[in-house]
Design a protein around this ligand. Sequence first.
Ligand SMILES: [Zn+2]
Length: 302
Amino acid sequence: MLNKVLPLLLLCFAPLLLAKELALSFDDGVNPETNLAAKQINQDILQHLSDQHVTAIVFPSLIKTGTGEGLNLVADWGKNGHKIGNHSDQHLNLNKPEVTLTQYLTGIEQAQKSLQNMAGWTPRYRFPFLKEGNTTEKRDGVRQWLQTHQYQAGDVTIDASDWYYNQLFKQYSDKNDAVALEKLKSAYVAHVLDRAQYYDGLALKTLNYSPKHVLLLHVNAINAAYLGDAIVALRQHGWHIVDSDTAYADPIYQHKPDNLPAGESLVWALAKAQGHKGLRYPAEDAPYEKTNLERHGIWVQP
Ligand SMILES: [Zn+2]
């Protein structure tokens, strides 16, 4: 009996066994006091995740959510079974010389106070701009603080400039340009797939295996519109979507690369530490997207 069932089982589960894996993470959050669409954006993203049976993690920053109704929108993530991490209060760039270690750590504590009683709260820290410090003192000071306060890794392995595609999305939406929006949807989905494939390839070269990835996205209008399409496309291209705790259990997240300035995607940082040639800096930026956008019929100003 087993002789007959085993090959069948293997056939059924082979795609799963071979699948590359990633978790979705959403940074910043939105503030209904400054953005009329905030509530709808938050709701639409949660709906996409529910429709696609995906459990994700959100990393709110208080300057992005505000401390009023925006925090209720964050709490909705927890109520819907997602995790809530910490992305600081002021969204400071730790690589800037004027940002001090003390000021930065106070910002992490402040955000924790507002988030720690929410369902889904988990002590994971996501560095704003993925910048982890321009000096050894700041880099190691924050790492030490996080360890002392039982924080777990909140790294990104797949960085993607959804914030830039979101700027274009807002421009075309304001103009009600349905033709441009349709092109942008294809370009955006292709971009997410391309970045996932790129960082997985870089991980294979750097670590000799495909880790469980964490993809960086934001709570923004383009994901409210196209997240469902992006998830479907990822699955069609062999990606299995896991929850954030499953992804963060991968040994890659135990690494703390020695670079200065520190930060970026963890895969990028490990490749950098190994002396890998041809890495872009910053790893993701708007000008890099010109070719992809043009390929999808979108002309962008040079
Ligand atoms: Zn952010």
